[in-house]
Design a protein around this ligand. Sequence first.
Ligand code: BT5
Length: 259
Amino acid sequence: MFSKTELSKGLKTDIIGKKFFLFESIDSTNMCARTLAEAGTDEGSVVVADYQSEGRGRLGRKWQAEPEKNLLFSVLLRPKLSKEQSGLLTFYAAIAVSRAIESMTGQRVECKWPNDILLNGKKICGILIENSFEQEHVAYSVLGIGLNVNQHAFTQELKERATSIAKELNTEVDRVKLFRRILEEIDGLYHDVQKSRYDLILNEWKERCKMFGKRIDVTEGSRTISGVALALSTTGGLILETSNGLHTIHAGDITVHKT
Ligand code: BT5
């Protein structure tokens, strides 16, 4: 179990982690952060748990993680963003987590559209951004991050697609140190978000993404669109060249064709 003292000791941040809400077990850190946001809690607050009984992914999917081995947390922000720009927060969170992992392990990670981070081709991190809007603006955002750190065994359903940092590196990782590093990166990059420097974030994300120029399938619900991944739009949409012309897609799951 984390302690507030070990998390905040020497934490070099301006906004993020000024308040920590720690739980040994919780339903979902995102759900808790949303409740805190509705109650007017300060931005930069972080909810962290050693275990989630109802960890969530997109579209009602589940996030499964063994207790005390991983990082499961949510950061509450109140960014100056329009509704249209809110999709950029996923890229921001992905870059912060990627930088922290890379600087601590020396291993390059891969970013997969829209919200995954992979190590050696398998998923180590999922990001779930939940926003609340006031008219056309973001009132608050919850950045939910699930990162597989020291978990070695995965369920049958996940083991082909999921891995952890420790599993790939064959060594245990200091969760507290990694967590602090991630929070510092989220904090540092938040200045860019507030100054609308999204091009910097999108460019850095693109450098870690392998789908551009390749033929991919994008599935959303029962609909699948195939085409060549061309670029990202200024709001983080995926621009796909299909047989019917260009399409910009804002949600879905992608599969990259091998050839
Ligand atoms: C995500 O959704 O990847 C977002 C996951 C966000 C989880 C964090 S944990 C802290 C915070 N509080 C929450 O309640 N949630 C956030 P999506 O792209 O929909 O992917 C979900 C899919 O990933 C599942 O359907 C599984 O196939 C797979 N999955 C589940 N657990 C995994 C794990 N530990 N590692 C890799 N893949 C996993």
